[in-house]
Design a protein around this ligand. Sequence first.
Ligand code: SAH
Length: 479
Amino acid sequence: MARRKKAPLPLLENLEIIDAGSDGKAIAKTEQRVVFIPFGAPGDLVDAQAYKKKRNLFEARITKFHKKSDLRVEPECSHFGLCGGCKWQHMAYETQLKFKQKQVKDAFERIAKVEYEEFLPIIGSSEQYYYRNKLEFTFSDRRWLTDYDPSKEEGGPADTNGLGFHLPGMFDKILDIEHCYLQKDPSNVIRLEIKKYALENDLTFYNVKRWEGLLRNLIIRTSESGDLMVIVVFRYDDMDIKGLMQHLADKFPEITSLMYVINEKKNDSISDLEVRLFKGNPFIMEKMPSPKGEKDFDFKVGPLSFYQTNPKQAYQLYKKAFEFAEFKGDELVYDLYTGAGTIAAFVADSVKKVIGIEYIESAVEDATENMHLNNIENTKFYSGDMARVLNDEFIEENGKPDIIIVDPPRAGMHDKVIKQIINAAPEKIVYVSCNPSTQARDVALLAEHYDVKKIQPVDMFPQTHHVENVVLLRKKANG
Ligand code: SAH
């Protein structure tokens, strides 16, 4: 039966781009609709072909420039325009910062709709490229080919294997990456070597639709102390694994932790899987200066533990959170979503006690060990889902906190967690977030009991639209 053809979406002419938008897409407006335009810059005058329509908005791709914005600069990376990684490279860093500041401000004005006392200027990152300590790549037997449609049966190059990043919004399309400007070498060299070895030795690349192919993901983690972790994720156990891992061990003696995972599941998450050690240590060591810089903390970070991905800027972030808290020395502090216990360690010397809660059990083990490593004795950690762990009995047992520091993932906090925080009634809440929209939503829920004192955006992710934000909340006199 013939399918009814959908009406073609319009070509939108003479659109003026007016904002950089909050999820990396630039924004224009027609009379009826808001238009989201990837890789646009405010000030561009363009024609754009709509490719998606939702109730009151279009998503559209630029087809012609009538005028290019003065804010545009030449992107550094050859993958710009396709890769989902660094969508703001076409704007100078100062411009990026301005729009990140605006993004946070918009979130607090439109979503949180709360009064605030001080909105501080964003803190920029000292490094604007090669700042990340962790990248995750995906293998695909159907890499994205710009001049060839892989969904068609014929006409493309014979080799369609690729190793790189997902194209934005396309779970099954991988952009093969030549050089990535986000992580310093040997990240690029290792990735290219693995691809070369795989092609030369006929190792199969993953096909997400058919759930086939040996090579699935690659994770590379570097650290401030010079450690280097490489994790290769395979779809199934196979004789070829040893050959590849041994090749990496021989070729890159600088890898201090060489690991692999067999992931037979449909989803890519490895947090519930065994990470096997092939060579070296089952962790990397990170280091970070203490709040006043008089010593360094050493942090052990296992393959499944979170560590801030821009480590230099993480120090600026932590210092802000520390400064906002204005510790007197006798406080009981809860560090919620503590990861490997880094914030807990950072503040422990300045308070009476820190209680940390974290989902990933092995991260909690790292946190506990990190306290020993740094001779910190006034902390305690619990593992589990925040919404379950942080209950009335927990607060009764551990005591009512004077200050709560939270640093949840992008989704923000569960309603139950917010209720429990209100219940625990700390004098101050320091809310660290990598997603100002969910943070603003959560702050709105806290606003009946807490005043927003300070808002401090911090840029951890240059060249991207992502922004980190620290908010200080203080209990209302009658709250
Ligand atoms: N504060 C830490 C980690 C922040 S990242 C740091 O600065 O390094 C957020 C952390 O929250 C991750 O470690 C993640 O494993 C944890 N997490 C995510 N969802 C959670 C949940 N529902 N309950 C508890 N922890 C959770």
